[in-house]
Design a protein around this ligand. Structure first.
Ligand code: ZN
Ligand code: ZN
Ligand code: FE
Length: 760
């Protein structure tokens, strides 16, 4: 057969992930000649060879692509026959404002792990990397992705590294962060603020010994610092909680390997896949009951049945576990509560030298700060709860033109976004903007994103809440036209954008709080909406929230509000644990606040209903971390119970009878597990009935679920099942958080639609 020539265009995440060397190798494998080139928007390939080899080449291209690459589209077309002497990698096309994607950071690969065991300049060298692995986003200062534009620029490659970097057949060909012990970054160990060693082997010995003896170590990682300690040492855990000066928020645990992990948590094949993926997120797993002693479990994960587990992803982690006798360490963000994760060496020494037992720093700058990402498998799919290391800054591809749209996000769990064509670049997890340091991180990252992705801002999208820091930031951002997007409309639009929906849908947004157009606090919204506008069809009935925002921190206040609504003052004579836990004076003050409407905004927030029930069941009265009530309630739920409580769907959805039923069950001694499960079933039914009524009236069959409350696995899976059994098409989040981390994408989608319709 005669030779043929093909021109191939590949789009997606195909740069900075070892794609061109891979093409070079497979072209050689199938005796093809031609070239490969990076351009602004894609990778271009021209190849000539035997037709059957070209076919195999295309198949190989798809099936054997480097693990961290993500091919979006391959288009191949035959060209006239071009004869080449060989196969070459052409110089990159100059980068204009066209966007090139930046790869997220990639966990160390197996081959590099083998390199640190072999004699040579990478023996025990913890900054080993290659085109298939290593730091990316965290070290990139500008594009095109080239060493000179990364924080590796201060390290001059030694002749050995340079040779590999320039050798097209080498695994480190054009691996920008390539390094070895002769030329690359290194770790230093500080005790009481003094540098005591810069020898990695000595450092690993010391750190593992320190951890085994109950010490706390601050370790600089990829995107920021971690605090580490023995996950089985109650004293160390308590000390760590003291240092972090916070709350009962569950700690993430890093296990030696999958085998040890499975002694403590259940992981099905999908969960294993996430745990082992090159993104190496924290995966929320079901803790095996009885695996950790109760006191440890209490301190580790607040006694919940969920465990945030992850596997090693940096060479240093592996080196530590080689030495450690224990199989798990706590690895939590190195910061004080409410501040962003630390990245700077001087601040680390300044803030932590006298607080922790040892500090391990390295001399590679972190340009883009990232936290560990958090995911959970629900409905058999990976759902992102916190989108940061390993995920950011990969864009979300939408069917919309978001060019120049900067969306500023919400106030808590903030992410912002910037649009380039149909791609929306969502920032890494920023956090709660009310913290001063976090607000500074927000400012800085917005600037960095504008530069990195060459954004020419033309439209700002903000929440309707006039007091959100993010709203204010959007309003004075370069005097752009501004689109205000209602919070729950943004939630639904975010999920729609993720699924390329651009039509009228039924949206169900359940969360804690969001600014409503009637001045009340919304949070259980059944919307009839498209990307442009929405009608609020129904919602959970309003309830006064005594103390406003602070009620979210003290669930007992919402519980009192519910009891007062349902039983009037009669509830004071009911024998309920909540009445014993809180003093009578405080309770009567709350009643007065409700009567006199003092600082008692009305809310339809679903999170608050979960809070109230958690308080009634005495699971929490004063929360020690965000969403503690809902999480404790979900933690109790068990499959197998199909009972539910009564509720009423009229103009709004009323849960008076639900509360009455729960109180009745508590008083007759029904177990908490049953009550919690019945309550969840009630919410699922209420959602279904409301949505079904809307379908009957409007003839719309697509239901979009969003909002932080849908991070509840039982609720999401139960709602989805029931709706699907009744032939609804159900959409929920996967690659974007359903919590407020997803708000920016929704704002961006609404702004794009309104611009298209010339409403701005
Ligand atoms: Zn590697
Ligand atoms: Zn070197
Ligand atoms: Fe929200």
């Amino acid at each position: 057969m005669k030779d043929k020539s093909l021109h191939i265009l590949i789009t997606g995440l195909v740069q900075g992930v070892g794609f061109r060397p891979f093409i070079f190798r497979i072209a050689g494998k199938f005796s093809l000649t031609g070239w490969v080139q990076n351009t602004n928007e894609n990778v271009r390939i021209q190849v000539t060879g035997k037709p059957e080899n070209l076919e195999s080449f295309l198949i190989f291209l798809k099936e054997e692509a480097p693990p961290a690459s993500q091919i979006e589209e391959i288009s191949a077309s035959e060209t006239e026959l071009i004869i080449f002497p060989s196969f070459t990698i052409l110089e990159s096309n100059d980068f204009s404002d066209g966007v090139t994607e930046i790869s997220p950071d990639i966990a160390v690969c197996d081959e590099c792990l083998q390199d640190i065991e072999k004699p040579g300049s990478r023996l025990d060298y913890p900054f080993v990397n290659c085109t298939n692995c290593g730091p990316r986003f965290t070290i990139i200062e500008d594009l095109p992705y080239d060493r000179a534009k990364t924080t590796m620029k201060s390290f001059v490659m030694c002749p050995g590294c340079r040779e590999e970097y320039e050798d097209i057949s080498d695994r480190r060909f054009h691996a920008q962060p390539v390094a070895c012990s002769r030329c690359g970054p290194h770790y230093e160990l500080f005790i009481k603020g003094k540098m005591v060693s810069d020898n990695t082997v000595v450092i690993v010995d010391n750190v593992s010994e320190c951890i085994e003896n109950g010490g706390i170590v601050l370790i600089k990682g990829l995107g920021g610092m971690h605090l580490a300690c023995d996950a089985f040492n109650i004293k160390a855990l308590e000390k760590l909680r003291n240092i972090k000066n916070r709350e009962g928020k569950p700690f993430a645990v890093m296990f030696r390997d999958m085998e040890s992990l499975k002694n403590y948590a259940e992981a099905d094949p999908t969960e294993e896949k996430s745990l082992l993926s090159w993104r190496r997120p924290i995966v929320l797993l079901k803790a095996k009951s009885g695996s950790f002693p109760p006191s440890i479990q209490q301190s580790l994960n607040a006694g919940l049945n969920l465990l945030g587990a992850m596997l090693p992803y940096m060479p240093l982690h592996y080196m530590l576990f080689r030495k450690l006798k224990i199989s798990a360490i706590v690895l939590t963000s190195g910061n004080f509560s409410s501040e962003p994760i630390l990245t700077d060496n001087n601040s680390a020494l300044f803030q932590f030298a006298s607080v922790v037992d040892a500090i391990v720093l390295h001399n590679r700058l972190i340009f883009n700060r990232t936290d560990d990402s958090v995911v959970r498998i629900m409905g058999g799919k990976e759902r992102i709860f916190r989108r940061s290391r390993g995920y950011a800054p990969a864009p979300v591809r939408t069917s919309l033109n978001t060019e120049g749209i900067v969306a500023f996000g919400a106030e808590l769990t903030n992410c912002f976004s910037a649009g380039k064509g149909s791609k929306t670049f969502i920032s890494q997890h920023i956090g709660d903007l009310q913290g001063v340091e976090t607000a500074l991180f927000y400012e800085k990252t917005i600037d960095q994103f504008m530069g990195l992705f060459r954004i020419n801002p033309s439209l700002a999208a903000v929440d309707m809440h006039p007091m959100y820091i993010s709203t204010k930031r959007g309003l004075d951002f370069g005097q752009l036209p501004v689109v205000h997007v209602q919070h729950h409309h943004a939630h639904i639009a975010s999920c729609m954008a993720e699924h390329h929906l651009d039509e009228k849908v039924i949206g169900v947004a359940l969360d804690g709080t969001g600014y409503g157009t009637d001045g009340n606090i919304w949070g259980s919204e059944f919307l009839l909406c498209d990307l442009n506008e929405f009608t609020r069809v129904t919602h959970f009935e309003y309830i006064p929230l005594p103390g406003g925002d602070s009620a979210a921190e003290e669930p007992w206040r919402t519980a009192v509000s519910w009891l007062y609504k349902v039983f009037s003052t009669g509830f004071l004579n009911l024998d309920l644990p909540l009445l014993k836990d809180n003093d009578a004076e405080k309770i009567s003050m709350v009643i007065k606040m409700i009567d006199k409407k003092i600082n008692c905004p009305l809310t339809s927030g679903a999170g608050r209903l979960f809070d109230a029930v958690a308080s009634l069941l005495d699971l929490v009265q004063v929360a020690t971390f965000q969403a503690e009530g809902p999480m404790r309630l979900e933690s109790l739920v068990q499959d197998g119970c199909t009972e539910s409580y009564k509720f009423l769907c009229h103009e709004t959805i009323a849960f008076d009878e639900t509360i009455r039923g729960i109180v009745e069950d508590i008083r007759t001694g029904i177990g908490k597990v049953t009550i919690a499960t019945k309550f969840h079933n009630t919410i699922i039914k209420a959602i279904f009935e409301s949505v079904n009524a809307i379908r009957t009236r409007e003839g719309i069959n697509k239901v979009v679920l969003s909002g932080g409350v849908f991070q509840n696995k039982y609720l999401l899976e139960g709602t989805t099942d029931l709706l699907e059994k009744n032939n609804f098409e159900v959409y929920s989040h996967a690659s974007v958080p359903s919590n407020d981390g997803g708000i920016a994408l929704g704002q961006s989608a609404v702004a794009s639609k309104r611009r298209e319709l010339k409403c701005v």
